[in-house]
Ligand binder design. Structure first.
Ligand code: CU
Length: 173
């Protein structure tokens, strides 16, 4: 068996070497008949490159139209201080108006918690970590009226599941 494998391997190596030899032996000096094709290829490549650059810029700009970062807006958002602790949320203001922008300033009095704001149809609209010794800010613009829920997204002990609060968002006047 071993001998057969060795022979097959040697035969394969000899074939590869022979193929290399044939290719090298047959190659001659390069003639210049291709210069026209080469020029044309470079031209196509240059325009294709420019097209791809432009296309990339357009796609990037288009995908940023709903700009994900806070744009600044008119006036600073209202600040609401939030402190998480086992197992409750201390939220300075639990009411807001539709269209209002608020900035939650979130910290923790004990261990890490996850501050998450859920819209009335249970979509997460904002979340950040509540960390002892740090204040993390997250901006929210309330788009629809109703009861928004605040839940903890970081397992923080026995009653983690009960760590909930509500924010009431009403139609603006
Ligand atoms: Cu928690």
């Amino acid at each position: 068996m071993q001998t057969a494998v060795l022979l097959i391997t040697l035969l394969g190596m000899a074939l590869v070497a022979a193929a290399f030899y044939v290719v090298v032996a047959r190659s001659g000096p390069r003639d210049d008949d291709y210069s026209g094709i080469t020029q044309q290829g470079y031209l196509i490549r240059r325009w294709w490159f420019l097209f791809l650059c432009g296309f990339g810029v357009l796609v990037s700009a288009w995908s940023l139209i709903p700009f994900p970062l806070q744009a600044g807006g008119v006036g600073a958002p209202r600040a609401i201080d939030v402190t998480g602790r086992m197992w409750s949320w201390d939220i300075a203001s639990r009411t807001a108006q539709v269209g209002e922008s608020v900035r939650f300033r979130v910290t923790s009095a004990d261990v890490n918690h996850g501050f998450a704001v859920y819209s009335p149809d249970d979509q997460i609209v904002a979340q950040t970590q509540a960390m002892p010794g740090y204040v993390n800010e997250v901006d929210v613009t309330f788009e629809q009226p109703g009861q928004y829920r605040v839940l903890c997204l970081e397992y923080c002990g026995l009653a983690h599941h009960a760590m909930a609060a509500e924010i009431t968002v009403s139609e603006g006047s």
